[in-house]
Ligand binder design. Sequence first.
Ligand SMILES: [Zn+2]
Length: 498
Amino acid sequence: MIWSFIKIALFLIIVAAATMGAAYLTEMGDGIYIRAFGFEFTPPPLMAVIGVILLFVAVWVVIRVVGLVVAFLRFLNGDETAISRYFDRNRERKGYQALAEGLLAVASGEGKLALSKAERAERFLDRPELTNLLIAQAAETAGETRRATRAYKRLLKDDRTRFVGIRGLMQQKLEEGDTETALKLAEKAFALKPRHVDTQNTLLDLQAKTGNWKGAREVLQAKRRLGLLPKEVHRRRDAVMALQEAKVILDEGASIEAQEAAIAANKSSPDLIPAAAMAARAYIAKGKLKNAARVVTKAWEAHPHPDLASVFAEIVPDEEPLARLKRFKPLLKLRPDHEETRLLRAELHIAAEDFPEARRALGDLVESHPTARSLTIMAAVERGEGADDAVVRGWLARALTAPRGPQWCCDKCQNIQAEWGPVCDNCGGFDTLSWREPVQGAQPLPHGAEMLPLIVGHVPAPRDENGEIVDDIPVSPDSDAALEADLFAENGDAAKQS
Ligand SMILES: [Zn+2]
């Protein structure tokens, strides 16, 4: 609205100015004097201005007409550029039409048709970046891998299409299972476009698969720098990889770097249990026992965990149970009500043969959260206090069918792993393991174990010919002791190492 008002106002101002100018010129009287071809001429000023304008218009019209005539004459003379331009335009039109049809064919999955259209487009068009791309895609759709490879290689020659070419070749190598070449191509693609999320992920994946942790950490760093990864996630993943890097070095026997790398991993993420355990072991190997204890204590404060307890025990491997109990005191004080702390305290007291104290440490765990471990500890307490064998066996039988408690579980596929690792053994997921209780039903019970409490509870004690009770209950007699030993070996941790 305002704009149209302004336009109208401007128009009125121009008209007014023109009128005033004309009136001024009319009043000027004799202004211009022209003498030409023997004539003398004194037009009034207004006429002179109009005359000049008309002259300009006439000259412009003449120039245009001459140009048109020349163009027409050149066309009649069979000017080559004019004719070829006409045909070029025709070729271009055909080329783009073929290109469009080819794209549609690719989209509808008609590989062979797309390929023939792509070839036609290539014949008519001088646009290799477009036609090669279409050929590559059409060949992929038609399943002609070699042809696609050739097209991708041609795409590498142009700066504009190099990335697409590399990506195409990389995808092909991935499908072939040629991880090594795919990794090299992914590195090149990453160098060209560090912001490309898909490339980053593919590269990280390949680096994790091939164990190139150093490279993976660099990619992670780049992701963090570009703001594509939250700080917390970066820190955690970097620690995971630093740890893995350390493990690899450790495997090769270069212990000092490994220890240092493990400690670096621990520093950047003190709540990462495996990193802390490794750092502590590195200190133990160096004889710096105080540092080892500090690392474990710090990690325990963040997250009590059996692996930490066993490293803490390793600090002084051959000590009396009572001395060990005393040495563990500061650790036990940190998170006294945590389940892991209670279990550890109970185990230490069992090792020191202080069974009532062990029972007290366990508290109501066997009722509130019965796990194989707490029930086994309970069995040991009962045996230590001289309870009936049937009672001990009852606890052990319950332990067999009870949940195993927290374990290293994959968040992606629910696989349970005995040892922590950066990559899931089952699904290959990266950084997916977490310490938690497995999802219900994820772990199968040992065969027949669900029947055990029933058998233990109901089978009367067997008697011999004389009616005397035989001191053995027929619950697969041989495996009974082995089973007990098994459970202790798996869950005994610190206590059993004494
Ligand atoms: Zn998994």
